[in-house]
Design a protein around this ligand. Structure first.
Ligand SMILES: C[S@@+](CC[C@H](N)C(=O)[O-])C[C@H]1O[C@@H](n2cnc3c(N)ncnc32)[C@H](O)[C@@H]1O
Length: 477
């Protein structure tokens, strides 16, 4: 049986559906938009960036990495103005010559000390020119499914519908123009009909594309370097076993291959083989030259890939997050909690698992989740978090929950009404002492507690508040 299915979401990015969990990985409205609006923009990364030397991020449930990719894109875009404008290609060649000398191609993406040495050698220090701290972003990516992690940098970064509209529609009109000119020359009579039709077609296209997609934000893009940086980090982790037989089958699978970017697959294969195969070493420069001119040089060819790459340290922990978390001894500034919904993956919403996250959150750090459920919020409350709402910038409606150890970090605290909802039966939490119970046991235990509870149901609570005419109580907690 297939594990998952790819599909295009409304913003043009690729989403996934999991057969095992019978759940979607991403919102149908836009996998990338969701990452930006629910995770990156509310995270406060803008305030930390370039004020703190090391920023620690935990991407819990990396999946195919939209949250990590959006965050990296945000950071690169913000830092571009600080990075020295030098020719990317010259630098990558110089670095590669050094790599060939040291014969250790994998070091490039992880060993920051070595990279600093590179920079010094090449007189490319970015920090010396601008007396500004350039933050290094440490991202720990936790994920159970290694196939998804390996596939993640190969997913196509497609145009947004708005871009498609802008690119394709003028071409269509051009064709029409040529067509009408020819027709005009052919017959006066045809021209009369043609003009009428032409207006209609224009109107039709305008309505079809513009009205639907005007609201989408076309700034939500994955920076062109991001997937290359991820490939290098994954090569560093998996070494010669990155592009293996199993992955090749996935990448060439007939139904899925249209979702993958061939150039990135080639790049990864090439770098993996380069280590052993002399032929690849001969072709490397020509190959990178092509990659550079085809993909990396389109508009801002002066921004250095090496400098962008050196902003990040990516660490992939591919295992049950309950096990991985116990091996981590780090304080995070930002935690993205993007697990499947509670009933599908209760092990990642238990009081005990969230307690482990609390321990690893820095005093002014934030934990962010897309969930607004009473259960999730109550689990966070039981762990002494202060809670707030993430509000949609356009509609003002809650699209997620933000949790912090300090009250002042929270911008839009929960109202008394929302806190009250957490204390109903809907807010009964999952428990997983020892972080080792299986999914069914965790669900059954909660179900038993739910049935035997004296608490009000959420419906009773809402009715009681309506009677008191307090359902719109906006008093802050
Ligand atoms: C909603 S998806 C995450 C989507 C992801 N943020 C992205 O951008 O693609 C949930 C992810 O949780 C992973 N997962 C499920 N159970 C897990 C566990 N116990 N530990 C770690 N990851 C788990 C699934 O494999 C899936 O990729």
């Amino acid at each position: 049986m297939r594990d998952y299915e790819f599909y295009y979401t409304q913003d043009g990015s690729i989403g996934l559906y999991s057969y095992t969990y019978d759940d979607v990985y991403h919102s149908k409205y836009g996998a990338l938009t969701e990452a930006w609006e629910k995770f990156i923009l509310p995270s406060g990364i803008d305030k930390l960036l370039n004020t703190k030397e090391n920023i620690n991020i935990l991407d819990l449930c990396y999946g195919v990495g939209y949250n990590t990719k959006a965050l990296m894109s945000y950071v690169i875009n913000q830092d571009e103005k600080f990075l020295k404008q030098k020719n990317f290609f010259k630098n990558i060649l110089k670095n590669l010559k050094k790599e060939i000398k040291s014969n250790n191609i994998y070091n490039e993406s992880i060993d920051s000390d070595k990279r600093i040495d590179f920079r010094k050698d090449l007189s490319l220090s970015i920090d010396s020119e601008n007396e500004k701290t350039i933050s290094v972003i440490n991202i720990d990516c936790l994920e159970l499914n290694d196939k998804l992690v390996k596939l993640s940098p190969f997913l196509k970064t497609v145009f947004t519908p708005q871009e498609i509209y802008e690119k394709i529609v003028p071409k269509i009109f051009d064709c029409f123009d040529t067509y009408w000119i020819i027709r005009k020359k052919l017959s006066k009579f045809t021209l009369k009909i043609a003009l009428r039709n032409r207006r209609k077609i224009t109107e039709f296209l305008d309505l079809k594309y513009k009205n639907d997609y005007d609201l989408l934000n076309s700034n939500y893009k994955i920076h062109k370097y991001v997937n290359f940086i991820i490939i290098n980090a994954l090569l560093n982790k998996y070494k010669d076993n990155y592009i293996n037989k199993e992955l090749k089958i996935k990448l060439t699978d007939r139904t899925n291959r249209r979702f993958f970017d061939r150039s990135k697959i080639k790049y990864a294969k090439f770098k993996q083989n380069f280590r052993y195969n002399l032929l690849y070493k001969f072709n490397l420069f020509a190959f990178l030259h092509n990659i550079y001119y085809s993909y990396l040089s389109i508009r801002d060819k002066n921004i250095k890939f090496e400098d962008a790459q050196s902003l990040f340290k990516l660490n992939f922990l591919v295992n049950d997050a309950r096990k991985s978390i116990l091996t981590i001894n780090r304080q995070y500034d930002i935690i993205f909690l993007d697990a499947f919904t509670c009933s599908k993956a209760p092990e990642l919403w238990s009081v005990e698992f969230i307690a482990e996250l609390y321990k690893r959150l820095s005093p002014r750090g934030v934990l962010i989740t897309y969930s607004n459920s009473a259960l999730v919020r109550n689990t966070l409350l039981e762990n002494n978090f202060y809670l707030g709402k993430i509000l949609d910038a356009k509609t003002g409606k809650p699209i997620g929950t933000i949790a912090a150890k300090e009250k002042t970090v929270i911008e839009h605290p929960l109202s008394n009404y929302e806190i009250g909802l957490c204390n109903t039966r809907a807010g009964i939490t999952y428990h997983d002492p020892g972080l080792s119970l299986d999914r069914e046991t965790i669900l059954k235990r909660r179900e038993y507690e739910f049935k035997t509870s004296d608490l009000m149901t959420s419906t009773q609570y809402m009715r009681s508040r309506m009677n008191k005419n307090e359902e719109n109580d906006a008093e802050e907690w």
